[in-house]
Write a protein that binds this ligand. Structure first.
Ligand code: G3H
Ligand code: ZN
Length: 285
């Protein structure tokens, strides 16, 4: 399998000011739909699986499916653990063959976040695996975990610099006003904060909760230094809307291929839309 470390993909994006999708897989149709979209636009790709998705699909299936899907592609692909919650969970993914991991200790006190992240970086880097970590807290729902709006906390730029210097991570996920899942109102992003963080840390920045963010705001975030944009909910909605539409037209449908196939095509179309906004088309090497 031609998986590459995420750091290689993000370094180019950082140097040339574009962003690569961190696109979540939930099942085989997501995997195939996402890879096809990235291939059609000749874009590098970060395929990511959350712990919930790995539990749902099964670790062996994740690895074998990605292996099968990536076998004949020419684009660089990283397989990334999204929101890794513990050292053990991260080690499982590295042993299984992931080329990148996220340690999300953002809900822990600052010093504990640094200590755990540093431990993950030392181990992961020793075997060529990239590490993303998070500072600040997003609200919303990811897998089965919900953070209330009142508990969200924006990333402090000075702390961000201290955090990256002390941990040695490859990419920093920041909280600047996005949220996981479906937005209740119109999201307002704190662009001056993003600009300040990027100027201080001078390395790849990650935006979580990017579904539901307008193309204009995403483009601006990329201009201000975001290099990885995480999308899951938009693809889930694209797939499910297509399936619902088909059932509304033909309630007698019973063959899953007849609705999962079009659902997969809807994901591909949405992936291509995102890639063009992020500017990663024709950036594959
Ligand atoms: O880590 C995954 C992403 O942050 C998902 O965000 O719920 O806006 O698609 P989303
Ligand atoms: Zn996220």
């Amino acid at each position: 399998m031609n998986l590459v470390p995420m750091a290689d993909i993000l370094q180019d994006a950082h140097e040339r000011t574009y962003a690569v999708g961190g696109f979540n897989i939930n099942n085989m149709e997501f995997l195939q739909g996402i890879i096809r979209g990235a291939e059609e636009l000749n874009s590098p790709l970060i395929l990511q699986a959350s712990e919930g998705a790995i539990r749902y699909i099964g670790m062996d299936y994740v690895i074998k499916m990605v292996e099968a899907a990536a076998k004949d592609t020419a684009i660089p692909i990283a397989l990334h653990l999204d929101h890794g919650s513990s050292f053990e969970s991260i080690m499982n993914c590295i042993r299984a063959g992931f080329s990148s991991v996220m340690i999300d200790a953002s809900k822990k006190p600052f010093e504990e976040n640094i200590a755990l992240t540093k431990k993950v970086v030392e181990t992961a880097h020793s075997v060529g695996v990239s590490v993303e970590a998070e500072l600040g807290t997003l609200s919303g729902t990811e897998d089965d975990h919900t953070v209330e709006e009142k508990d969200a906390m924006y990333t402090d730029p000075d702390q961000a610099l201290e955090f990256v210097e002390k941990t040695g991570i490859d990419a920093l996920a920041v909280a600047i006003g996005t949220a996981h899942g479906v937005y209740k109102g119109k999201p307002e992003l704190d662009f001056p904060r993003l600009k300040k963080i990027k100027e201080l840390i001078e390395m790849p920045v990650v935006l979580h909760g990017a579904s539901g963010i307008s193309a204009e705001d995403l483009e601006r975030a990329v201009d201000y230094g975001v290099n990885k944009v995480n999308v899951n909910t938009d693809f889930q909605q694209a797939f499910t809307s297509k399936v619902k539409e088909l059932f509304a037209e033909k309630p007698e449908l019973y063959d899953p291929r007849k609705y999962c196939g079009p659902g997969r095509d809807a994901i591909t179309a949405k992936v291509k839309e995102k890639i063009k906004i992020l500017g990663s088309n024709d950036k594959a090497w």
